[in-house]
Design a protein around this ligand. Structure first.
Ligand SMILES: C[S@@+](CC[C@H](N)C(=O)[O-])C[C@H]1O[C@@H](n2cnc3c(N)ncnc32)[C@H](O)[C@@H]1O
Length: 195
């Protein structure tokens, strides 16, 4: 497994470079749609880089960062709430959040389907979801998939349309944007749950 708990300082310095400028522009435009003083959850937040981007432009947002690795959260910014926990069992009441981000973390979740159920549960109807991921259908993405398997990571990588399809089955309306070997899904939760 990748020892995220010991990589906090590395991610604090380098996580910024994971996200292309063009994605950051799209991300910031999505943030403008979050209601004033909205509650926002950063899942698999690591050192909270997406929360930092959000705080830079929306100081009013109530940010919560959740990650199982305390060694990552230790380096997260002080302006948000920090919670140790897993995407598969989010310790929040249903309908708690106006928006939810997952940056470069979804493929690390051991039970992605369960995590999607939890994401749908904690989002309010019309809540916004942003997932930034690696596309295993590209050469670099496929190499990373193999690399993570060597590290015995879950490596739950999905092609963009496949992940969008699974999200749609769970009540999300999705749009996909591509960044070479990475992609983002921007989705709105329609407010229903499949049985
Ligand atoms: C590559 S890091 C990305 C961190 C951060 N989002 C960023 O962009 O820098 C992946 C993160 O996912 C977290 N993670 C792994 N399994 C998880 C799970 N089941 N639920 C939530 N987070 C998880 C790891 O602890 C790690 O901090």
């Amino acid at each position: 497994m990748i020892p995220f708990n010991r990589l906090g300082l590395i991610f604090k310095i380098f996580a910024f470079f994971i996200y292309p400028r063009s994605f950051r522009a799209v991300f910031l435009s999505v943030l403008q749609k979050v209601p004033k003083s909205g509650a926002v959850l950063d899942v698999g937040s690591g050192t909270g880089i997406l929360s930092r981007f959000a705080h830079d432009v929306r100081k009013d947002l109530l940010l919560t960062m959740i990650d199982p690795a305390p060694g990552m959260l230790r380096f997260a910014p002080g302006f948000g709430r920090k919670v140790i926990g897993l995407a598969e069992s989010l310790p929040f009441r249903g309908g708690s959040f106006e928006a939810l981000f997952i940056g470069d973390a979804f493929h690390h979740f051991g039970k992605p389907q369960k995590a999607i159920g939890e994401i749908a549960r904690v989002l309010k109807p019309k809540g916004l979801l942003v997932i930034f991921e690696i596309d295993p259908g590209t050469l670099l993405g496929a190499s990373i998939t193999w690399g993570e398997r060597i590290f015995r990571e879950p490596a739950h990588f999905y092609r963009p349309r496949r992940l969008a399809g699974i999200l749609a089955e769970n009540g999300f309306e999705c749009t996909i944007s591509h960044y070479g070997w990475r992609y983002a899904i921007i989705a709105e939760y329609a407010g229903f749950r499949t049985p």
